[in-house]
Design a protein around this ligand. Structure first.
Ligand code: NAP
Length: 316
């Protein structure tokens, strides 16, 4: 049967998802439109679903411009860029892709920790540029095993990070808005206390209107000149200006970042520092996980439009 339901995609996302969507829907490719607002106006009445991402959400203006929007299926677990309250009010359903990306993001957090402490990128560059042959051994780095790791946000990803960190014989402590029942790690009721009591602070919480810049100057100073900040949550969790200053002034030992306040713009000062390890929001970017995320998006859309079944991963 010829597809008749319109789905809007903001960017190309993953080709496997595009293939599956094309089998079922008329896909409106926003990224190909020379004038995006004209394109949305032209197709507004045909669009019944929207595919969000971690970087492309749906604010009130966007949602209000699509009068027949029924569902936003986000190709991400984070839904911080979607106006969830407005969706609730308008009866627009929202889904995300939890669980299937947890392992990848936790793996990347471990990569960031080792990358910063053992200076992996710099050491790689040293070998490639011939330094080993011409100068000799690379400088000494910092041990990871046994360091105390503080996890900010002990959710799915935070717990998966903790599980991995246990393998490095590191004491684990955490802060979430509430203490978790049945969790063996020590709970700290404030982020500052958490930072003051760990050597590596890993940000793994979801972004809410209340926790922008939750890692502020006070938290960074509590972590201190030997401390390392890892962020795989969202860029807005960290006061980036304070982070850059603290790293530059030696008030913070190092940082490993997958996310930034204004992606894809990375503060240029960070690029000059050798105590940072920078990735470009690749926490869940593996072939295997993209396939699972695609399955979730498609299964949710199928349930909504074709099977009249409950959504698999509803947010709203
Ligand atoms: P989750 O299971 O919902 O966990 C989020 C945790 O954040 C919850 O345990 C919550 O605990 C905690 N939290 C929320 N607000 C907090 C606050 N103000 N202070 C401390 N903790 C707070 O979500 P998840 O699946 O683990 O994903 C977490 C986040 O990771 C996502 O929302 C997304 O932003 C990010 N992420 C990044 C990537 C990447 O590529 N880098 C990929 C996937 C996800 P309480 O409710 O007890 O406070």
């Amino acid at each position: 049967m010829e597809p008749s339901i319109g789905v809007l995609m903001p960017i190309p996302i993953y080709e496997g998802l595009r293939r599956e969507l094309k089998k079922r829907f008329i896909v409106y490719k926003l990224w190909e439109a020379p004038n995006k607002s004209e394109f949305i106006k032209e197709h507004a009445h045909s669009i019944r679903a929207y595919i969000g991402t971690s970087g492309f959400g749906a604010d009130a203006d966007f949602i209000n411009a699509l009068p027949n929007l029924e569902i936003i299926a986000s190709f991400s677990v984070g839904t911080d860029l979607i106006d969830l309250e407005l969706c609730k009010q308008k009866g627009i359903r929202v889904t995300n892709t939890p669980d299937v990306l947890t392992d990848d993001v936790a793996d990347i957090a471990m990569g960031l920790i080792l990358g910063v402490l053992r200076r992996l990128c710099d050491a790689d560059r040293y070998v490639r540029s011939g330094g080993w042959k011409s100068v000799g051994d690379y400088k000494l780095t910092t041990k990871f095993t046994g360091k105390t790791v503080g996890i900010l946000g002990l959710g799915r990803i935070g717990e998966a990070i903790a599980k991995r960190v246990e393998g490095f014989n590191c004491p684990i402590i955490y802060h979430s808005r509430s203490e978790k029942a049945g969790v063996k790690y020590k709970y700290y009721p404030s982020v500052v206390e958490l930072a003051a009591n760990c050597q590596i602070l890993v940000v793994a919480c979801s972004l809410t209107p209340d926790n922008h810049n939750i890692v502020n100057r006070q938290v960074i100073d509590a972590l201190g000149p030997e401390g390392v900040l890892i962020n795989i949550g969202r860029g807005a969790h960290v006061d980036e200006h304070e982070l850059v200053c603290a790293l530059g002034e030696g008030r913070l030992g190092g940082a490993g970042l997958d996310v930034y306040q204004d992606e894809p713009n990375v503060p240029p000062q960070l690029l000059e520092l050798d105590n940072v390890f920078l990735l470009h929001h690749v926490g869940s970017s593996t072939f295997e996980t993209r396939i699972c995320m695609t399955d979730l998006v498609i299964t949710n859309l199928d349930a909504h439009f074709f099977h009249n079944k409950p959504l698999i991963t509803p947010v709203v």
